[in-house]
Write a protein that binds this ligand. Structure first.
Ligand code: IPM
Ligand code: MG
Length: 364
């Protein structure tokens, strides 16, 4: 089959890691008989430098016309001085809203080969960690009315959700739970927020359709605490845009391997938007130091969710596992220099890591 992928390398290490992702996709194509074509477009700081806008209209148009979009990372200190609506991050919101990708799937998965990097005690995470956070991505405070009073002395950001916006993302939560361990936790602040009470009302009206899913509700402050106290209690979490932003960073950190985590943003129809969850790491850009595995695993999600190529997605995931099993590590996931030899770890750069995954795909 043939697929058209739009790539947005973006800023910092974005170009380094997207390049490796595309090489891995090509290796998948060669093994399974698919052709992927790529069109690279600008967004974020790179687009600001070239056009003055973080998200040029042609970029969004190209994304909407594609089969799927692979994004590296956007942003960097160079553009931090710009006003809010001209910052690179504005490109992300424009892409999410413009592509109508309302459900952001963020798996927080601890790789058994990297369990030593988990900051929690082994009695807490001894059985590993595998949580899926489903974050609402095109509503709530990120997109609500905001402003300043005319005297400049007060400001507001509005949290607003319609029943329809809630139902469509909660549905993704239930369906994801059905494919996993059949537990769904709605995280909210229903003791205070009216929007949270609407989330609960909508979820209650839907739960009859998913009798095999064990449903629970948890206040966000408690959820933040439970994630470090007993993360194994969670399977799928579904939550608002703002709470999901915060909790997904917390969850990713407890896996100890933020350089390994992928994400998918999906809507009802149309292309999905895929990006590693880490940032643009401008300090190591272009130095062959970045870990490309999060992007490579993001390509697996792209194949799974946008192209329904489950075997191909698994092949990438298995190739990554085998490279880790063989001891290959980029700096961010390696032990200290003195431990490395004892652990059998071999330090490699971005390109070599990409080569290793490509080679593993050819031989497994
Ligand atoms: C994320 C990021 C973005 C967000 C920023 C960069 C706008 O933190 O994808 O989680 O807040 O959504
Ligand atoms: Mg975030």
């Amino acid at each position: 089959m043939k697929f058209n992928i739009v790539t947005i390398p973006g800023d910092g290490i974005g170009p380094d890691i997207v390049r490796e992702g595309c090489r891995v996709l090509d290796a998948v194509g060669a093994r399974f008989g698919h052709t992927f074509t790529y069109k690279s477009v600008l967004a974020g700081g790179a687009a600001i430098d070239a056009t003055g806008e973080p998200l040029p209209a042609e970029t969004l148009a190209a994304c909407l016309a594609s089969d799927a979009v692979l994004l590296g990372a956007v942003g960097g200190p160079k553009w931090d001085v710009l006003p809010g609506n001209k910052r690179p991050e504005k490109a992300l919101l424009g892409l999410r809203g413009g592509m109508k990708v309302y459900a952001n799937l963020r798996p927080a998965l601890m790789f058994r080969q990297l369990s030593a990097a988990c900051p929690l005690k082994s009695e807490i995470v001894g059985n590993g960690l595998d949580i899926l956070i489903v974050r609402e991505l095109t509503g709530g405070m990120y997109f609500g009315d905001r402003g300043r009073s005319s005297d400049g002395n007060s400001a507001w950001d509005t949290e607003a959700y319609s029943k329809e916006e809630i139902a469509r993302v909660v549905k993704i939560g239930f369906e994801s739970a059905l494919k996993r361990n059949k537990k769904l936790c709605v995280v909210d602040k229903a003791n205070i927020l009216e929007t949270s009470r609407l989330w609960r009302e909508v979820t209650e009206a839907m739960k009859g359709s998913y009798p095999t899913v064990e449903l629970s509700y948890m206040y966000v402050d408690n959820a933040a605490m439970q994630l470090v106290r007993n993360p194994g209690q969670f399977d799928v979490i579904v939550t608002s845009n703002m709470f999901g932003d915060i909790l997904s960073d917390e969850a990713s950190q407890i896996t100890g391997s933020i350089g390994m985590l992928a994400s998918a943003s999906l809507g009802d129809s149309g292309p999905g938007l895929y990006e590693p969850i880490h940032g643009s790491a401008p300090d190591i850009a272009g130095k062959d130091l970045a870990n490309p595995l999060a992007t490579i695993l993001t390509c697996a999600m792209l194949l799974r969710y946008s192209f329904s190529l489950e075997n191909e997605a698994r092949a990438i995931e298995q190739a990554v596992e085998s490279v880790l099993d063989d001891g290959w590590r980029t700096g961010d996931i390696a032990g200290s220099a003195k431990d490395r030899e004892a652990l059998g770890e071999k330090l490699v750069g971005t390109r070599k890591m990409g080569d290793l995954v490509v080679a593993a795909l050819a031989t497994h």
